[in-house]
Design a protein. Structure first.
Length: 411
C-alpha cells in the first residue's frame, strides 16, 4: 500500500506546487515520487528501470527536436500565419484552434500535436492580442477529444483497436464516435468561451504580414523536410493499420526519422538537443516507475476483483475508465480492463477507448498530452495550475462522457 500513499502525496504536491517556501515543478514532484517508490521498497531498482517505456521517451525526445527546429527557424510561424490569419473574431480564433488541434490529433497522435501546439498557441496569442491561457486550454482539451474517434489518435485507442479484434477499426471507431465527438468539440468551445471571455477580449485582427517569418532558411528547409518525414511515416502507418497490414516501424519511433534529419543535417544540432524539454522526459520516467509500483501493489486489481458490477456494461466501463485512468494512467488501465471485456461486443470496447481518452480532460494528470502542454507552457512563463485545469476540465469531462454514453445507449 506504500505505493498508493506515495502516489497520493505526489498528487497533492502537484496540486499545491509547494513544500514550505520552496516551489516544486511538476517533473520534480513526479521524479521524487518515483525515487521514493524505489527507496521505500515499493518497486526494485531493476523493475523500475524496466518499467520505463523507453519508446515513449524516444518519441517525445524526437518530437521535441523537430518542434524546436520548426520554432527556432521561424518556419512554424510561417505555417501558423497561413493557417490562422483568416480569423476575424476571438470566437473564430478559438474555434479554429479547437478544430485544427482536433483534426490533427486524430491523424498524428495527440501527444505529437501537444508538443508542436504549444509554440503555435503562444505565437497566435502574440499575433492576435489574446492571452495564451485559453488557447493552451483549447489545445489540451481538443487534442484529447479529437483523438477519440480515431484508432491511431492515442496509444490507448490503438491498444483497444489491436487487442479488441476489430475487423475494420477505422470504420468502427468513426461510426460509433464521430457524432458524439463533433458534439463534444462544440461543447468544448462553449465552455472555454464562457470561462475565458476576458482573456479573449483583447482580440485584434491579424496584420496580414506580407513578408517571410523565416529567420534561418537552412534550418527551415531541414525542419520542413523533417516534418514531412514524420507526417508521411504516420500516414503510412495509419494506412497499414487500417488494412491490417504490418508496419516495420513501431508507433513510438514514428518521429525518430524527423529528429534524425535535424540532428544529422543541421549545424545547430547541439542547440536543438540542449533546448529539449528534459523536465517533461524526467516527469514521464518518474511516472512510469510510480505507476508500475501502484500496479505491483495489487490494490487496483483487488478493488476490481471484489467489485460486484457488470464490467461489460457501457455505463460502468465509462465510469471506471474516467476514475481509474486518473490513478493508473489510461494505457495501464486499458491493459488491465481489456481482459474483463473478453467476449463483449464492439460497443463495450468503444466505451473503454472513449472513456479512458476523455478521462484525460478531468485533471492535469489525466493525460500525457496535458503534462507536455503544461510543462512547455511553464517554460514560457504561463503556469497552468492543477486547479485552473480542473475548473473547466471536470465539468467538460462529465458532459462529454455523458454525451458519449447517451449516444452509445441509443444503438
Amino acid at each position: 500500500m506504500i505505493a498508493l500513499y506515495i502516489f497520493a502525496l505526489v498528487y497533492i504536491l502537484i496540486a499545491i506546487r509547494k513544500i514550505g517556501p520552496f516551489r516544486v515543478e511538476m517533473w520534480q514532484a513526479m521524479l521524487l515520487g518515483g525515487c521514493a517508490a524505489i527507496a521505500f521498497g515499493a518497486i526494485s531498482l531493476a523493475a523500475a528501470l524496466e518499467s520505463i517505456d523507453w519508446g515513449v521517451i524516444v518519441f517525445l525526445f524526437s518530437m521535441f527536436v523537430v518542434a524546436r527546429a520548426l520554432e527556432t527557424s521561424g518556419y512554424l510561424e510561417e505555417l501558423v500565419n497561413k493557417a490562422f490569419s483568416a480569423a476575424k473574431s476571438a470566437d473564430g480564433l478559438l474555434a479554429s484552434v479547437i478544430i485544427f488541434s482536433a483534426l490533427s490529433s486524430a491523424i498524428l497522435i495527440n501527444d505529437t500535436i501537444a508538443v508542436v501546439g504549444v509554440p503555435v498557441a503562444f505565437y497566435i496569442s502574440q499575433r492576435f492580442g489574446v492571452k495564451p491561457l485559453p488557447l493552451l486550454m483549447a489545445l489540451a482539451f481538443s487534442v484529447t477529444i479529437g483523438s477519440v474517434p480515431s484508432p491511431i489518435g492515442n496509444p490507448q485507442n490503438l491498444l483497444v483497436a489491436v487487442r479488441g479484434g476489430f475487423e475494420a477499426p477505422f470504420f468502427s471507431f468513426l461510426s460509433w464516435l464521430l457524432i458524439p465527438t463533433l458534439l463534444n468539440l462544440a461543447i468544448c468551445f462553449i465552455v472555454l468561451k464562457m470561462l475565458y471571455r476576458k482573456e479573449l477580449s483583447g482580440f485584434r485582427k491579424h496584420p496580414g504580414d506580407g513578408f517571410s517569418m523565416v529567420r534561418d532558411k537552412k534550418l527551415a528547409s531541414i525542419s520542413r523536410i523533417a516534418l514531412i518525414a514524420v507526417l508521411v511515416t504516420v500516414l503510412l502507418r495509419a494506412a497499414a493499420t487500417a488494412f491490417g497490414m504490418p508496419f516495420p516501424l513501431p508507433l513510438p519511433l514514428v518521429a525518430s526519422g524527423g529528429a534524425a534529419i535535424v540532428l544529422i543535417f543541421s549545424e545547430r544540432r547541439a542547440e536543438m538537443v540542449r533546448t529539449v524539454d528534459w523536465g517533461t522526459l524526467l516527469f514521464f520516467a518518474g511516472m512510469f516507475v510510480l505507476m508500475q509500483s501502484v500496479w505491483d501493489s495489487g490494490a487496483i486489481q483487488s478493488l476490481l476483483g471484489s467489485a460486484h458490477v457488470d464490467f461489460q456494461d457501457v455505463g460502468t466501463t465509462l465510469a471506471l475508465s474516467v476514475v481509474l485512468s486518473q490513478v493508473l494512467s489510461n494505457v495501464p488501465f486499458v491493459t488491465l480492463y481489456l481482459p474483463l471485456l473478453a467476449g463483449a461486443g464492439e460497443k463495450a470496447l468503444i466505451a473503454l477507448a472513449a472513456g479512458s481518452t476523455l478521462a484525460g480532460n478531468l485533471t492535469l494528470l489525466g493525460a500525457a498530452s496535458n503534462i507536455i502542454i503544461a510543462q512547455n507552457a511553464e517554460k514560457r512563463g504561463v503556469r497552468i495550475t492543477f486547479w485552473e485545469f480542473a475548473r473547466s476540465g471536470v465539468a467538460l469531462t462529465i458532459i462529454t462522457v455523458l454525451a458519449v454514453y447517451a449516444y452509445l445507449s441509443l444503438f
